[in-house]
Ligand binder design. Structure first.
Ligand SMILES: Cc1cc2nc3c(=O)[nH]c(=O)nc-3n(C[C@H](O)[C@H](O)[C@H](O)COP(=O)(O)OP(=O)(O)OC[C@H]3O[C@@H](n4cnc5c(N)ncnc54)[C@H](O)[C@@H]3O)c2cc1C
Length: 386
């Protein structure tokens, strides 16, 4: 399925595809059957190759030694990495461009550049059990105490918490209107792991729940200006939502290819399953929805590259996240159906994606929250302002 991409986006897509096919995909079943964990020599090799290819530097400004790729090219990379299950592509950290605007030079040196070099890994703690989807209503607090801040609160489902070296911690500062963001070293005194729940997918990265009990951090660990804390998290959301779109496109493409290949070889009533219209229709719907998804994902990426209005970008990233994540879930469901009983085995890519893609409708803002964002934009600015 061809859509118009820049020459460099095509080049990056080929590089990422080769990496996904040769380094990651062959280890999916091994990871699935081993709690998501691969031997350290394999993860080390995969990480080293990802760093060598520059994947950790794609969103890093050139002045800091990064590649500063257009978002279209970043989407092209993440689309291909999305073809792989068990989050095997999470073997490297990826600093985002907004971090270089938000962080002080000292924070960039101590936290962000080491991420690019593969020396440190981060995790992002926003969600709390009470406010949940309502990120404007966070209850965790950061209270100024001389040269320090004292952090208190509970953070749920912090992805990669078990592997991370530091935590982005979002909290309310009493007396200030907006939330603030802090860099907190993992293992700081007062951080307690309350639970490490098991989730549907089989990933080496866990999603623990933490209690912060009077965790004391120097004021220099606060990120950016007062009043801008939520703006940084919105930048994070836009980036993640668009890349969920990219990865979902890659996952759907692989599912369609694998289901089609299976149906071509599966003989039913003396003929390939692909001859059955019921199967053809499932594949046709999937291909059509994937095409629409790819068009909207790449157009949203190009809008970001054109520097279009941030509010417009925000609602478009929500539309991408909503439509494309739901599309990939439909495709995974059809793929399981086409594989029949074989599609229910954990060794089967359709079964794994069927479980793994489900969370893309929940994290980084549920589908309902995306609809709320889109509806608000429509009510405020009308169709021409979206
Ligand atoms: C595997 C996993 C990893 C995660 N990783 C992270 C992480 O790294 N960092 C982090 O901070 N969070 C993380 N999360 C949390 C995730 O972002 C939240 O689960 C998600 O935002 C939903 O919040 P909630 O679970 O509290 O659901 P709730 O807010 O309780 O929502 C429950 C249901 O109500 C709906 N709902 C809520 N509000 C409204 C409304 N106003 N109108 C209509 N419907 C509404 C929701 O859409 C949902 O269907 C992770 C979650 C999972 C499952």
């Amino acid at each position: 399925m061809k859509i118009e991409l820049s020459d460099s986006a095509r080049k990056w897509a080929a590089v990422a595809r080769e990496y996904a096919d040769e380094y990651l995909q062959p280890h999916e079943v091994e990871a699935e059957l081993n709690d998501g964990v691969l031997p350290t020599e394999i993860t080390g090799r995969n990480k080293a190759r990802a760093l060598e290819l520059g994947f950790a530097a794609i969103d890093v400004p050139a002045k800091y030694g990064g590649l500063e790729l257009p978002i279209e090219e970043q989407v092209a990379i993440w689309e291909q990495l999305g073809r792989v299950t068990n989050a095997l592509s999470w073997c490297f950290s990826e600093p985002q461009s907004w971090m270089f605007e938000a962080c002080s030079e000292d924070q960039i040196d101590r936290y962000i550049l080491p991420m690019m070099r593969g020396e440190l890994k981060d995790c992002y703690a926003i969600t709390e059990s009470g406010p949940g989807s309502d990120v404007a209503g966070l209850e965790a607090t950061a209270t100024r105490d001389g040269d320090d801040y004292v952090l208190n609160g509970e953070k749920w489902y912090v992805t990669s918490g078990n592997l991370a070296d530091f935590i982005w911690f979002q909290a309310r500062v009493p007396g200030e209107d907006d939330d603030a963001l802090f860099l907190v070293d993992q293992g700081s005194a007062g951080i307690e792991t309350l639970a490490t729940p098991k989730f549907s997918h089989t990933y080496a990265a866990h999603h623990p729940t933490y209690r912060f009990d009077n965790v004391c951090v120097p004021a220099a660990q606060r990120v950016g200006q007062a009043g801008a804390g939520m703006a940084y998290t919105h930048s994070w959301f836009r980036h993640e939502r668009l890349m969920i779109g990219a990865r979902s496109c890659g996952a759907a493409a692989r599912l369609i290819e694998e289901a089609k290949a299976f149906a071509e070889g599966r003989i039913v009533d003396g003929a390939p399953l692909t001859g059955k219209q019921a199967i053809q229709f499932m594949l046709a719907d999937s291909a059509t929805e994937l095409w629409a998804s790819r068009l909207m994902t790449y157009e949203a990426a190009r809008a970001a590259d054109r520097g279009e209005n941030l509010k417009l970008q925000h609602s478009r990233c929500s539309m991408v996240k909503l439509y494309v994540s739901e599309m990939a879930n439909r495709v995974a469901d059809r793929a399981v159906q086409i594989f029949g009983g074989r599609g229910y085995m954990r060794e089967n890519v359709a079964e794994r994606f069927f479980r793994e893609l489900r969370v893309d409708r929940i994290w980084e803002g549920t589908s309902e929250i995306q609809r709320i964002i889109i509806a608000r934009a429509l009510m405020k600015r009308g169709l021409d302002g979206m």
